[in-house]
Design a protein around this ligand. Structure first.
Ligand code: PMP
Length: 364
């Protein structure tokens, strides 16, 4: 049976309907070239202009005037776990600082240890990753080569509401699951990275926004593919890039600028969406149990549990039958998770919330 499901997946996630419509046409004939977007050369003038406009859109949305470049790389966020310490930690004696606040920030740490010394500045694992550190709990060293953290823990559903670390230490952030979902003081970061497949496109491309001075510090002996300077010099065209994924990101940034208006406007919508789902959790008298401490709740990923795994399975089956897809928690923690990325509409959230109210009513 043909279905029309709503996508609450943790990623790859929902994309804006208008972007999907433009893509479906561009698959056959992209309007400027008259060619299928899947068959346009990465060496074409058209593609160079796509990269230029996309970079300008990202810098514009973030309000950055100068001093940064935007790269579009392959290898996912996972490759950045390695490229960052390869660039900034080889041969360095002071330890890089890492915040271990959940599943994804924890994954970055062993990759950094291969390259040099690491100090875990804060570890939330003993508390089962149910809260983020408060600023006063972070004793950063002024001589650390950099501080790395994840702004949004996709699995546990926790999001930083402040910028941790010292402004004098290069700050590096994995924003894979909340990039371009809210305004961000990008100029306080040395490097921000985010794979596309949550808020900004399909899998296959990762945005790296970095200060010019990081590019200047790249060691000489890295493989070209893993060298930010080589990638920057090639304008993200070092080898055949994922043209389709990059073009999709361009359409998403146009949608943010033209249809939504700004990152503040996007944030307002995202706040309303999350508020409605959390209000449903909080009004359920413990039927739905939010995973994260209230102050650290993510606007992007609402992770929660029911009384038993059996009831959670029943929830997932009923949701699937009602056309609500992707609500299972990450395989590492189980439970349930509603992901509310930019393209998830308020109307979709209202459908989810009324489903949750009905389910609680029937199974209480
Ligand atoms: N960081 C975060 C915050 C993530 O959510 C994920 C994946 N969901 C990753 C890193 C890993 O990304 P990738 O699969 O693109 O390497």
């Amino acid at each position: 049976n043909p279905r029309n499901a709503l996508n609450f997946s943790g990623g790859p996630g929902a994309l804006p309907e208008t972007v999907l419509q433009q893509l479906s046409e561009a698959l056959i004939r992209e309007p400027v070239t008259g060619l299928s977007v899947l068959g346009i050369s990465h060496r074409s003038k058209w593609f160079a202009e796509v990269v230029d406009e996309l970079e300008a859109n990202i810098l514009g949305l973030l309000g950055i005037q100068r001093g940064y470049q935007v790269l579009f790389l392959q290898g996912g966020a996972t490759q950045q776990f390695s490229m960052i310490p390869m660039t900034l930690l080889r041969g360095v004696s002071a330890p890089a600082e890492y915040l271990q606040t959940g599943y994804w920030s924890q994954k970055a740490i062993p990759e950094a240890r291969r390259e040099g010394p690491v100090r875990v500045l804060w570890n939330g694992q003993p508390e089962q990753y149910q809260r983020l550190p408060q600023a006063y709990e972070l004793a950063s060293a002024p001589d650390a080569p950099y501080l790395h953290y994840a702004s949004n823990e996709t699995v546990e559903g926790m999001q930083f509401q402040y910028v941790p670390g010292l402004d004098s230490v290069p700050r590096i952030c994995d924003m894979s699951s909340d990039f371009l979902s809210r305004p961000c003081p990008a100029e306080r970061y040395a490097l921000i990275y985010a794979h596309a497949q949550k808020n900004i496109g399909p899998a296959g491309v990762t945005v790296v926004l970095l200060r010019d001075e990081i590019i200047e510090r790249v060691p000489d002996n890295l493989p070209g593919f893993l060298d930010y300077r080589a990638q920057a010099n090639a304008r993200s065209n070092f080898n055949t890039p994922p043209v389709f994924a990059i073009y999709t990101m361009l359409l998403v940034t146009r949608w943010l600028k033209q249809d939504i208006g700004s990152l503040s406007a996007m944030d307002q919508i995202n706040q309303q969406k999350a508020q409605r789902v959390y209000a449903q959790l909080d009004a359920s008298n413990g039927f739905y149990r939010g995973r994260a401490r209230r102050e650290d709740r993510s606007l992007m990923n609402v992770s929660f549990n029911l009384a038993t795994p059996e009831l959670e399975q029943q929830f997932l089956r009923s949701a699937e039958a009602a056309g609500l897809s992707g609500l299972g928690g990450h395989r590492s923690v189980g439970g349930l998770r509603a992901s509310l990325y930019n393209a998830v509409t308020l109307a979709a959230v209202d459908t989810l919330v009324s489903f949750m109210a009905d389910f609680a009513h029937q199974h209480r």
